[in-house]
Write a protein that binds this ligand. Structure first.
Ligand code: GCU
Length: 330
């Protein structure tokens, strides 16, 4: 009887072990692993879109391709990630268009304040020939844009000073991205621009290194800057898209099939992200307001007037010609 029980026990153990291994999908060693570094926190809608893209790549390639997403500047600031792409040390990055200006001159166009009439105009430009030209404008610098993600409009937020007109920015230290255009814009409005990486901004605000910053509602909330800033001023000065970029060194090493899979997954993630963005903006604005942040909706006229020179300095240049083409776009 004892030996029968032992035999049954052994049989059960074996069955469990076998079932366990049946339940697991056989591990496929990926032939290609693409690392993607970016600056945003994991609850951010743009991060979530990239995680979805990575899942789609996995599914479409039956595990033969893998995209590994590293958030929160784990692999470096946006500028550092772009440089790593140029060297081919890193495959992909998601960056705001602002730091791209330092590498691809034409990207300055997005930093021209109040360039787009509204969201429809913005997307008509990005989804049309100009948008495509700009995505590929960095190829000679080893940077190939794969898509744009929505990053809404950027607005100022301050620790403790309400801003209603540009004159209220006088003397305030405003954190900007690593971007000449952002610096020009803040200076034109009367503030003192201070470049700081996104990852260091919370502490910089908290410790009073800067008096304010500017960003879209999801980034304001997800980076918890609302905890240290009392006012959010919806002047909506720029629409800087987020751009997913791949190193041309890495792209050149992919087969036609691998490129197709990656681009298809990216395009699907764009559709999802665009759907989720508008909701996130509304929800995050509500969240910060309920948490005690005062939302100011200023007259945008004086802000627009203050940055006129940022436009005119491009007269007769390549960027000037792009400004004209964008204004002519319906
Ligand atoms: C946005 C953008 C990020 C960027 C950040 C910033 O949130 O999506 O890519 O890092 O702005 O202001 O630095």
């Amino acid at each position: 009887m004892g030996s029968l029980r032992r035999w049954i026990a052994r049989f059960l153990l074996l069955a469990v072990a076998l079932c366990g291994s049946c339940a697991k999908t056989p591990e496929v060693e990926p032939e290609v692993v693409l690392k993607l570094g970016h600056s945003l926190p994991t609850a951010h809608p743009v991060h979530r879109a990239m995680v979805f893209m990575a899942e789609r790549v996995d599914e479409k390639s039956a595990g033969k391709m893998r995209v590994e997403v590293f958030p929160n500047e784990q692999l470096g600031t946006e500028k550092e990630c772009i440089e790593a792409l140029q060297l081919g040390y890193l495959a992909m990055t998601k960056t705001s268009s602002a730091p791209m200006e330092g590498f691809v001159e034409q990207m300055k166009i997005f930093g021209v304040p109040y360039l787009f009439r509204d969201t429809t105009h913005f997307w008509n430009v990005l989804n049309g020939p100009i948008g495509m030209e700009l995505l590929l404008a960095g190829e000679s610098k080893r940077l190939r844009g794969l898509c744009y993600y929505d990053a809404g409009a950027r607005s100022f937020y301050t620790k403790d000073r309400p801003i209603r007109t540009p004159a209220d920015l006088d003397g305030l230290k405003i954190r900007v991205q690593n971007s000449i255009m952002s610096m020009k814009m803040v200076s034109a409005m009367g503030g003192a621009p201070t470049p700081i990486s996104f990852g260091e901004l919370y502490t910089s605000l908290d410790q009073g290194v800067v008096d304010g910053a500017e960003n879209n509602p999801p980034s304001f909330r997800q980076a918890r800057h609302n905890e240290v800033c009392q006012y959010y001023i919806l002047d909506e000065h720029t629409r800087l898209p987020d751009i997913l970029v791949i190193s041309t060194k890495i792209w050149a090493g992919l087969t036609a099939e691998q490129r197709r899979i990656l681009q298809e997954a990216v395009d699907e993630s764009v559709v999802l992200q665009r759907r989720q963005w508008d909701e996130a903006e509304v929800e995050d604005l509500k969240f910060v307001e309920e948490g005690g942040v005062t939302i100011i909706r200023p007259d945008k006229g004086p802000f627009r007037d203050a940055v006129k020179d940022v436009w005119t300095e491009f007269d007769g240049t390549e960027i000037g010609a792009l400004i004209d083409r964008i204004q002519e776009t319906q």
